[in-house]
Design a protein around this ligand. Structure first.
Ligand SMILES: [Fe+2]
Length: 228
């Protein structure tokens, strides 16, 4: 079932469950499209880590702050604030930079250019502060990151790195973060009727395109790409 076409009268708890199912499905589809690590060249491995770092290092906390600014319920505010506190207190951007440097994959100008257009689209979406859609997007992001960590760690190991704090931490803490964001989503749906927000998955679609660009920088605009 497509949650975007659900009847507005759908009970909020049921709507939250259906949205979570669709987010999980989208994450699993994206994970299924990951390239075969054994077939990637050193340059391709470096590029994926570099573009991932170019996107996450300076944007994750900012986008989560956007979610914080958009929510209205005390429960959602408290959940997202805890998430932000952990990001800032433990300096996850510094952790990610160490991870990239150790894998000899610090982002380059070319990495930034490759993701520029899709990154801009997500930034503009976040700026609209569309509460329910933004919380869904961040739940998708956290859920994807958590399941992506073993793949990313494998790329870094193949680059000769043993610096795995970033992937170790995010393979664990993002489980709780994802569950927390779905609780925040339920709290926001209870307050705001999401039927006033067309295409509940717009942010997920834009973010998924950006992640695909990280993985497949030469992807053409219709989204097709050669699987490495
Ligand atoms: Fe983080």
């Amino acid at each position: 079932m497509n949650a975007t076409t659900l009847n507005p009268q759908t009970p909020s708890v049921l709507l939250g469950t259906l949205i979570q199912q669709q987010v999980d499905e989208s994450i699993n589809n994206l994970l299924a499209s990951l390239p075969d690590p054994g077939k990637l060249s050193a340059d391709q491995r470096r590029g994926i880590i570099g573009r991932y770092t170019a996107v996450l290092e300076g944007n994750f906390i900012y986008w989560m702050t956007g979610a914080y600014l958009s929510v209205r319920s005390e429960e959602a505010r408290s959940i997202i604030l805890d998430n932000l506190l952990e990001e800032v207190r433990d300096s996850h951007p510094a952790m990610l930079r160490r991870f990239a440097l150790a894998a000899h994959a610090a982002p380059t100008d070319s990495d930034a250019l490759a993701v520029y257009r899709d990154l801009t689209n997500v930034r503009l979406f976040v700026g609209r502060l569309s509460t329910v859609r933004l919380v869904i997007t961040m739940a998708f992001f956290e859920g994807f990151i958590q399941k992506f960590m073993s793949f990313l760690a494998g790329l870094a190991a193949a680059q000769g790195s043993t610096e795995m704090e970033y992937t170790d931490v995010h393979g664990v803490c993002d489980v709780a973060h994802t569950q927390g964001l779905f609780r925040a989503l339920d709290a926001e749906i209870a307050l705001n009727s999401p039927d006033s927000e067309p295409n509940l998955f717009e942010g997920v679609q834009l973010l998924r395109k950006l992640i695909e660009r990280i993985l497949f920088p030469d992807m053409v605009s219709n989204g097709s790409h050669p699987k490495a």
